[in-house]
Ligand binder design. Structure first.
Ligand SMILES: [Zn+2]
Length: 78
């Protein structure tokens, strides 16, 4: 998966913590940081994808220590 380079994770950390309850992974597979260091970043695909019935919305889970993307959780799709 991707490594997040330029995002300021400190502004996001804690905001979407409720979604981390859905995650079955408890440690980062790259640096072994614990779940409390994970950051959930909300995403929503562009408007044209929803018009073509392939829209996706959810959260990308990033390790706050090594900044690797760990998982994605879809909450909405059409
Ligand atoms: Zn990590």
């Amino acid at each position: 998966m991707n490594k997040i380079q330029n995002k300021n994770l400190t502004n996001i950390k804690g905001k979407n913590d409720h979604i981390l309850d859905r995650l079955s992974i408890n440690h980062c597979p790259y640096c072994h940081a614990e779940k409390q260091d994970f950051v959930a970043v909300h995403f929503r695909s562009p408007q044209w994808t929803w018009l073509h019935l392939c829209g996706r919305e959810g959260y990308t889970i990033i390790c706050g220590k090594c900044r690797n993307e760990i998982n994605r959780i879809l909450t909405t799709m059409n």
